[in-house]
Design a protein around this ligand. Structure first.
Ligand code: HEM
Length: 464
């Protein structure tokens, strides 16, 4: 255990809080260059060298990185009132997502929107979406039969991104994505790359005029155009039952008696779509990749879906019995956490694990390094679904695993996403045996604002 973790043993208040250990000027300068070259390697090396809490310059800006479960619990849950999203990462993200739920700074505007949207994402509401998920997945699997028949390699990442976008649009707003959906995906991937670069090296500012900043503005305009098109399409027809769109449209602020403005509505829709398809589609890509990489694990998933489903399309009631499939999903979300980094801003002075956090500090939480913490995950880089048996889960402190975050700002779409991943993985396993193309180099990470497979995942499908 690192010396920094050991400090947790001394109760706060007994000893005066210490300043957070700082990287030297030289380490920060080397780090700035290394971060641009290979952000993940830099972060992994930094926590290995400096422990669970340290002050560093992230992209040149002062930040405190925390990497211990108790520290994340403190920031996200126990003292969450002291931490909002008025920080470097979310200020940059707000350029795209504006004041939608994910990037919203916090406080009453966030609470009000969360209250409005929460009921549509409860476990029972998600049940209504499952048929859409299995219908749309069935459609993609049918399309894949032809390339599978001739042994072709499929661009899984692109196809699955489109599937996840269509699922979120259909489930939440009742409309289908046409070619505009494909364009939106391409636009957002480019936005994600520009924003990821900016996070590594925040110059020039996003508001400046330079080729990449102009391009960003153009992409945002195109994405806004897509949202306007969706809203118009939705308004043009009656919905049989109240959907999220209707709820948002009719939402009233009890204090002022006013609803969401057109602009706020559009911002929420954009945020929901991006949150809803980007992270899920990356997860599905990585799940497929891991199944192809580990034939024994894939065989166990095949056996499970065959015995539980016996050829049927999975329903919500089947999911609790697809336990091994779920363990594969959980382990994939540990190692390939798509929403891999977040930040908070200390509103007031605080103490984390005996260290002083002055008001105004940006705190960086990185789930990529966190989910590889060697004190909690033996042989952390190894892919091993057995870590998620009920016994193993019970043996670990609860908050060492949080692909969906925790506290009041945890993922609104967690049940939606897990249901989606479970159904899609089970249906894929029913239909295909998947392999990696011969001689394919291992797929690396592209650390954008979300964590992508570099170059996408391409796999060979074989009909079962
Ligand atoms: C595997 C898929 C997903 C993962 C790993 C994921 C992960 C996360 C994480 C870690 C956060 C918290 C970020 C923070 O604390 O700063 C978050 C927030 C959020 N997620 Fe997800 N998410 C996924 C899918 C979804 C889906 C499908 C939706 C909606 C359809 C969604 C909607 C949201 C929203 C609205 C927030 C912001 C909540 C708030 O600030 O109140 N997510 N997600």
């Amino acid at each position: 255990m690192s010396t920094v973790s050991a400090r947790l043993d001394s109760p706060e208040g007994k000893n005066p809080p210490q300043p957070v250990p700082r990287l030297s000027l030289r380490e920060n300068l080397v780090g700035l260059a290394e971060m641009r070259r290979d952000q993940l390697a830099f972060l992994v090396r930094s926590v290995r060298t400096h422990g669970d809490i340290f002050h560093m310059r992230l992209g040149g800006l002062p930040t405190v990185m925390v990497n211990h479960p108790d520290y994340l619990q403190h920031v996200l849950v126990d003292n969450h009132q002291n931490y909002d999203k008025d920080n470097f990462l979310y200020r940059a993200t707000r350029t795209v997502l504006r004041e939608g739920l994910i990037a919203n700074k916090g406080g009453e505007p966030w609470r009000r929107h969360r209250r409005i949207m929460q009921p549509s994402f409860s476990r029972s509401s998600v049940a209504d979406f499952t048929t859409n998920i299995s219908d749309l997945t069935g459609g993609l699997l049918r399309q894949w039969e032809e390339p599978a028949g001739r042994g072709a390699v499929v661009d899984v990442t692109t196809e699955v991104a489109n599937l996840a976008l269509r699922i979120v649009l259909r489930a939440l707003f009742g409309v289908d994505a046409d070619d505009r959906g494909r364009r939106f995906e391409r636009d957002f991937l480019e936005v994600n790359a520009i924003a990821g670069d900016f996070f590594r090296f925040p110059f020039p500012p996003l508001s400046w005029y330079s080729p990449s900043r102009n391009r960003l503005r153009q992409l945002i305009r195109e994405m806004d155009g897509f949202i306007a098109y969706l809203i118009d399409a939705r308004l043009a027809r009656e919905s049989e039952k109240p959907d999220l769109f209707t709820l948002l449209l009719n939402a009233m602020d009890e204090e002022t008696g006013t609803g969401l403005t057109h602009e706020q509505l559009a911002n929420e829709i954009l945020a929901m779509i991006i949150a809803g398809y980007e992270t899920s589609s990356n997860s599905i890509s990585w799940i497929f990749y891991q199944l192809a990489a580990y034939p024994d694990i894939q065989r166990r998933v095949h056996d499970e879906v065959d015995s539980v489903l016996d050829g049927r399309v999975p329903t919500l009631d089947d999911l609790p019995r697809l336990t091994y499939t779920r363990m594969v999903i959980d382990e994939t979300l540990r190692l390939f956490t798509p929403a891999w980094q977040t930040m908070r801003h200390a509103v007031d002075d605080d103490v984390i694990g005996g260290y002083r956090i002055p008001r105004g500090t940006d705190v960086y939480l990185n789930l990529f390094t966190f989910h590889r913490h060697p004190d909690f995950w033996p042989d952390p880089a190894r892919f091993d679904p057995e870590r998620f048996t009920p016994e193993e889960i019970a043996r670990r402190p609860r908050h060492v695993y949080q692909p969906f975050g925790s506290g009041p700002r945890h993922c609104l779409g967690k049940h939606f996403a897990l249901t989606e991943l479970h159904i899609i993985t089970a249906m894929l396993a029913q239909a295909f045996h998947i392999t990696r193309p011969e001689g394919q180099a291992p797929v690396g990470f592209a650390p954008l604002i979300t964590l992508h497979p570099k170059g996408g995942i391409h796999l060979r499908l074989h009909r079962r």
